[in-house]
Design a protein around this ligand. Structure first.
Ligand SMILES: Nc1ncnc2c1ncn2[C@@H]1O[C@H](COP(=O)(O)OP(=O)(O)OP(=O)(O)O)[C@@H](O)[C@H]1O
Length: 540
């Protein structure tokens, strides 16, 4: 265990007037779980304060308490030195606390002005005063937002800035951001961090949750580590490195990453040729996509969200019919098979939206074990459901994948986001698949779980698994893939060699900015300046 100098600011040391938030003795229990236990730390005004911890450590619960979505069983909260009772988000907003969620909540068909004003005041008579206020906030904090632009036309980074602006418009002086960089390309991350620095310069306070420890170290002024519901320490970023921070989170030393060798064979397993999908507005969502994945190979697809990744997966998994093209598994054309047939033929699937497509949230974990594998052992015996087999195997997954849960009988909804993801990965890897289609397999999981999911994919690959890996995490793509392609407006660009390509080069190809730096023969038709991710619609 590393020894790290703590920079925990006691109220006396910082001067009470300097503290935006003080949490004392916060405890929150759910059935069978103590999500927060005697949490105590304070946040200085005008700083960026990060909260880190393993999946299920209790970060989201704590932020929900601070935003009035959950109520603590015990403990007290002070905002600007004053005790507050936060029973609802409206109470939090009144206390000057705003929250930007990971899933943006903007209406595509409305302008930024309408979205910002929506809910804050009547839509009637939205006028120049509101427009003027948006311009002022945008200018003051360098948000670069045009009040009259349509949200549908904005890229992911710009949407996030609108969400921040919405919170500022409601008068927030303390902003909570939940994993804000998970969906951003590197250039957008830098822009967001510039915005955060601007906010704190103006005296605002930012609290944010992140699993990306390098980023945390880059932007935070203080970092609070939570382990198993309790505050372990608040550290100064200059006194720790990412590895030490991860060790504080886990409570023990981490193993060193294993070295890897190529396992790619010459046996094609999944072949996709000339795949196109026409959108409703005539623009292709997928445009003549072809690739082959061999046994033992990981093909990584990088891209800004909304450029065809979701459609590509849907077509391969038989959820959507392509306008033209073929999908061939080993020697069989599966282009017109349905999801169930495709899964039974040996294609495992980790969906992008785990809550909508990967889990039945209100069902217990062991029933979720059966989901998508209703015809396979150990879930069935003959024509009947084998509940005890499914339960026992769920217990195995919980053990092997370190799913933090009181039992296999609780609902999937009660697991933390990262633990839900571990359950899905465990389920999908249980049937010895030939192909794994994995969309963002480690999104929202902590560094320890990420390392074990990566190890698992490497092992399966060494045994001949073919993997289609779609991810917004460039470190993951570079670390796991044998080949990387970039998807931009439904077209593939590449290949890129993961041993030589940099995150910046991939980021540029993803935004269509600088195909010159890419080792590519198939360039997007139009160039865009770096960091401009605005495309014509299709962003979620
Ligand atoms: N509504 C709920 N009902 C029951 N248990 C819950 C509920 N919300 C959270 N929990 C439990 O509380 C614990 C903390 O969960 P929380 O979501 O706060 O963790 P987290 O640190 O945000 O995790 P992650 O990084 O995976 O998002 C977990 O064990 C989780 O299963």
């Amino acid at each position: 265990m590393c020894v790290i100098a703590s920079s925990t600011q006691s109220p006396a040391a910082a001067g009470v007037g300097d503290l935006a938030v003080e949490l004392e003795g916060i405890t929150k229990r759910f059935p069978g779980v103590v999500a927060n236990k005697d949490i105590a730390f304070s946040v200085r005004r005008g700083t960026v304060h990060a909260i880190v911890g393993e999946n299920g450590a209790g970060k989201s619960t704590l932020m929900k308490i601070l935003y009035g979505v959950q109520r603590p069983d015990e403990g007290s909260i002070k905002v600007n030195g004053q005790p507050v009772n936060l029973h609802t988000p409206a109470d939090a907003i009144r206390a000057g606390i705003g929250m930007v969620f990971q899933h943006f909540m903007l209406a595509d068909n409305l302008t930024i002005l309408e979205n910002v004003v929506l809910g804050a005041e009547s839509m009637h008579g939205i006028g120049n005063a509101a427009r003027e206020e948006i311009r002022r906030i945008s200018d003051d904090y360098g948000l670069d937002v045009d009040a009259d632009a349509l949200v549908a036309d904005l890229g992911v980074g710009a949407r996030q800035r609108v969400e921040i602006l919405k919170v500022l418009y409601r008068g927030a002086k303390i902003l909570i951001l939940d994993e804000p960089t998970a969906v951003l390309v590197p250039q957008e991350v830098d822009e967001l961090f510039d915005n955060l620095r601007e906010l704190k310069k103006e005296g605002l306070t930012v609290l944010f949750i992140s699993h990306k420890l390098d980023e945390v170290l880059k932007v935070a002024d203080s970092i609070t580590v939570i382990r198993r519901g309790t505050t372990i320490d608040t550290v100064d970023p200059s006194s720790v490195n990412a590895r030490q921070l991860a060790e504080l989170m886990v409570g023990s030393e981490l193993p060193s990453p294993s070295t890897e060798e190529s396992t790619v064979t010459d046996r094609p397993v999944l072949r996709v040729s000339g795949l196109s999908l026409q959108g409703t507005e005539g623009r292709p969502l997928l445009d003549d996509i072809s690739f082959t994945i061999h046994a033992g190979e990981v093909l990584g697809i990088a891209g800004v969200e909304g450029n065809g990744q979701a459609e590509l997966v849907e077509v391969i998994m038989g959820m959507r019919e392509p306008t033209s093209g073929q999908v061939v598994l080993e020697d069989t054309d599966i282009s017109d098979w349905d999801v169930r047939e495709i899964r039974e033929a040996g294609v495992a699937y980790i969906p992008e939206d785990r809550q909508r497509h990967g889990l039945l949230l209100e069902a217990p974990l062991w029933e979720n074990r059966i989901l998508g594998h209703q015809t396979e052992a150990p879930n069935v015996r003959g024509p009947l459901i084998n509940a005890s087999g499914a339960r026992a195997d769920t217990e195995r997954i919980v053990r092997e994948y370190d799913v933090r849960t009181p039992s296999v009988y609780v609902t999937a909804a009660s697991l933390s986001g990262g633990n839900q993801q571990k359950l899905i990965v465990g389920r999908e890897m249980s049937h010895d698949p030939k192909v794994l289609v994995a969309a963002h397999p480690t999104r929202g999981v902590d560094v320890g779980a990420q390392a074990s999911i990566w190890d698992l994919m490497r092992h399966a690959r060494a045994k001949g698994l073919a993997v289609l890996l779609i991810s917004a995490d460039l470190e993951e793509l570079i670390g796991l893939s044998d080949t990387i392609q970039v998807i931009l407006r439904g077209r593939l660009t590449g290949p890129f060699d993961p041993d030589t390509v940099t995150s910046e080069e991939l980021g540029a190809a993803m935004t269509g900015a600088a195909a010159d730096t890419a080792s590519t023969t198939d360039r997007p038709a139009t160039g865009r300046p770096t960091g401009d991710t605005s495309h014509e619609g299709d962003h979620r």
